[in-house]
Design a protein around this ligand. Sequence first.
Ligand code: GRF
Length: 193
Amino acid sequence: MAGLIGNRKIITAIFISGNGSNMKNLIKFSKSRSSPIYVDLVLSSNKKANGIRYLKKTKIFSKVFNFKKKGDEEKTLKILKKRKVALICLAGFMKILSKDFIKKFNGNILNIHPSLLPKYKGLNTHKRVILNKEKFSGCTVHLVNSKLDSGKIILQKKVRINKNDNPKTLSKKILIQEHVLYPKALKKFLSRT
Ligand code: GRF
């Protein structure tokens, strides 16, 4: 895979839209010796994202594109190419990337989703899981393809739902597991070559 730094770490971009807890976690992970990724840039679709505020304390390059304008994807691709980014990690990114964009990345885009895919694709997963009285939910790291939350699954973690859980408590429990799962999935995914 092209886009290595120091001949070892994969040059990576993280795409966010909100809180950025997975982003922070991946940045922390990227600094460890055993991490296969180097976080070169963060792209946010929302200029008010908490994640962007956090980045001001770091030296990581960041960019805001709301992806509402036609040329935003092209501009993004140009920046990624210029910075030799070889992997994209979506982390709470609320926009849908075009088929063309995904194709240009040749299968090197990962996403984390807060359910046990293929169940509960899309939004409001915790609410729907609870309404359906599921006993378990969890999180999934998967490859991004042109269908929403449908790419090949890399790793999943199951989380038990208690009787008194609500969408908020469940989301907190799952988020903790997401922070363990994403680095593990990256190690697994990037050890395939
Ligand atoms: C996470 O639950 C992630 O699975 C989903 O969006 C949420 C983002 O949280 N795609 P954060 O912004 O990383 O804190």
